[in-house]
Design a protein around this ligand. Structure first.
Ligand code: RIB
Length: 318
């Protein structure tokens, strides 16, 4: 196990989430009266960054925000978490990303994003960050920035001897060039199905999709299956081994950012030298706690909370 804090670079989106709580998610064309409205700092990239920092990593984020109050709020929030933000550019032409989120009483959501400045991150900005960083253990990325920036980050991370963790969300086709640099891919069942064109709703399909992703990347696969748990395919074992990790049972109020919490827990655990199963357990617990709380970044747990949660679930009497 490493004794130092994992040094992690993130590249991804920063959004302000505008959230309306409703009894049920409206159908197309339907208007529904909601319960409440709130704004939260969000964006998959920023959520994963905050979750990584709360779980014990030293994080440097690469991204872009607009020169507006939303951008300032997001930057201040990251700084308060101890995140290095000097490679988040302030764009005076484009607005900060915004996500319109509807959360229903069951905790499920739907999300529409106007990416704004996020989709202007350049390969040069990514290269400037990597040339300033002496030590990088891992790169963690969702897909909310231009593919050229993502490709550059993956290539430079590998040149730094760092591992590349890719969360292929929101789903989009991925170039083979990117896949060859990925050490661990963390899709949910819908993203895995979109990438592989294999139906993942049953266990056989999920296994087949995971094998396809392993074949393309040569790396490990963690396929998250919502409240069912996660299917792991560990490339560190020869031949690669499947493990099914059941989810912790909790009462969900808001599932926003649960996937981000999972990705962060997994990345911190792997960077600390844990096995894939141990690291996924950390991610699963972080995700389970996050769904019991409202909002994206406010819901993300600290390391001490995650460890206490795992302890309480392994000793139910405590
Ligand atoms: O993963 C959740 C995030 O997706 C939200 O915070 C929203 O901003 C979108 O990017």
């Amino acid at each position: 196990m490493t004794l130092h804090k994992p040094q992690i670079v993130t590249l991804g989106g920063l959004n302000i989430d505008l959230v309306v709580r409703v009894p049920v998610i409206p159908k197309p064309g339907e208007t529904i009266t909601g319960h409440s409205f709130a704004t939260f700092p969000g964006g998959k990239g920023a959520n994963q960054t905050v979750a990584l920092a709360r779980l014990g990593a030293q994080v440097c984020m690469i991204g872009r925000v607009g020169a507006d109050s939303f951008g300032e709020t997001l930057l201040q929030n990251l700084r308060q978490e101890g995140v290095r933000t000097d490679f988040i550019k302030i764009d005076d032409q484009r607005a900060t990303g915004v996500a319109l989120i509807t959360v229903e009483d069951s905790g499920q959501n739907n999300i529409s994003v106007a990416p704004g400045a996020n989709m202007a991150v350049s390969a040069e900005e990514v290269a400037a960050a990597f040339s300033a960083l002496a030590e990088v253990d891992m790169l963690v990325m969702p897909l909310e920035t231009p593919m050229e920036a993502i490709l550059t980050a993956a290539r430079l991370a590998r040149e730094h001897g760092a591992r590349v963790a890719l969360n292929p969300a929101p789903a989009q086709p991925l170039p083979p060039e990117l896949l060859q640099w990925v050490d661990i891919i963390i899709p949910n069942e819908f993203e895995a199905a979109a990438l592989t064109h294999i139906e993942t709703s049953d266990e056989a399909g999920a296994r087949q999709a995971a094998l396809q992703l392993h074949e393309w990347t040569g790396g490990s696969v963690t396929l998250t299956l919502g409240e069912r748990g996660a299917l792991l395919l560990d490339a560190a074992q020869s031949p690669p081994q499947f493990t099914f990790l059941p989810a912790f049972r909790v009462t969900a109020v808001d599932t926003t950012a649960a996937g981000d919490a999972f990705v962060a827990g997994l990345a911190v655990g792997l960077s600390e030298g844990m096995s894939l199963t141990e690291a996924a357990q950390l991610g699963s617990a972080a995700g389970a706690i996050s769904v019991t709380r409202h909002g994206a970044q406010p819901s993300l747990p600290k390391r001490s909370e995650v460890e206490a949660f795992i302890q309480s679930r392994s000793n139910p009497g405590v």
